[in-house]
Ligand binder design. Structure first.
Ligand code: DGL
Length: 264
């Protein structure tokens, strides 16, 4: 089925999911919406984020998408169930795939999760990891300064290293063997985070786990693209498309062009 997959995030971060989906499913077309006018979602209320998610889903459905990926942890935590109930195509978030993968690879069953305030407050990761493995003990930490640091491009900056050491210090006492990067921006900080938590802790990038789940859902629903050539990509942002494009290339890991502005 050659209809596109709709993917959205509060801004740029979800492009890490686009990149992972593209690597795994190169024949799929993607329509991406980044809500740059309303980013960040992390500190906002459940009601506000759910309202945004509904609007964006309606926008993506107007392009006849065959499934929707909520490529934002905060929106997944707050709005996944609402969208799954209210739209007629499969909807997947980034929390379940990341939680399932973390539960499957952790030997000690002591798992850390970092994310925005909203994601951590919602306890969604804790609940999802426990669903996949009842023995798991989950330790969480909100890291609100990581998003602006990444947006600033300070991926390996002394300030970022300092902030990361402060946030991550608690995990040293908990003896975790797995740390979930529960925010779309955090994969860009992998090298800094890995150095602080050490080699004995495996980092789980929800983007890759989500791409695998997208692939499973396409197969289960028999809606895999029949195309032989590479899929097409269309990017929309709700504000500052030029900046979105410039910074977006960092998240996507390759050049992008023609970002269109759309006000919902
Ligand atoms: N996309 C958000 C997330 O994954 C991070 C940025 C924001 O706070 O909006 O939770």
């Amino acid at each position: 089925m050659n209809r596109p997959i709709g993917i959205f995030d509060s801004g740029l971060g979800g492009l890490t999911v686009v990149s992972a989906v593209r690597d795994l499913l190169p024949h799929e077309s993607i329509i991406y919406f980044g809500d740059t006018a309303r980013v960040p979602y992390g500190p906002k209320s459940k009601e506000a984020v759910t309202g945004y998610a509904r609007q964006i889903a309606a926008f993506l459905l107007s392009y006849d998408v065959k499934m929707i990926v909520i490529a934002c942890n905060t929106a997944s935590a707050y709005a996944l169930k609402t969208l799954q109930k209210s739209v007629a195509v499969p909807v997947v978030g980034v929390i379940e795939p990341g939680a399932r993968y973390a539960a499957s690879i952790s030997h000690s069953k002591r798992i850390g999760v970092i994310g925005t305030e909203g994601t951590i407050r919602s306890l969604s990761y804790t609940a999802a990891i426990s669903r996949f493995d009842k023995r798991a003990e989950v330790f969480t930490r909100a890291c609100p300064l990581f998003v602006p640091l990444v947006e600033e491009g300070w991926l390996d900056h002394p300030v970022t290293r300092l902030v990361a050491r402060e946030y991550l210090s608690l995990f040293a006492h908990h003896n975790i063997d797995t740390l979930v990067l529960g925010c779309t921006h955090y994969p860009l900080l992998k090298p800094v985070i890995a150095k602080i938590v050490g080699k004995s802790v495996r980092l789980v990038d929800s983007a890759e786990a989500t791409a695998r789940q997208v692939s499973d859902i396409l197969i289960e629903n028999d809606i895999v693209s029949g195309r032989r050539q590479a899929g097409s990509y269309t990017f929309y942002s709700s504000d500052a498309p030029q900046k979105f494009q410039e910074l977006g290339e960092r998240f996507l890991g390759r050049p992008m062009s023609g970002v269109k502005k759309i006000i919902l």
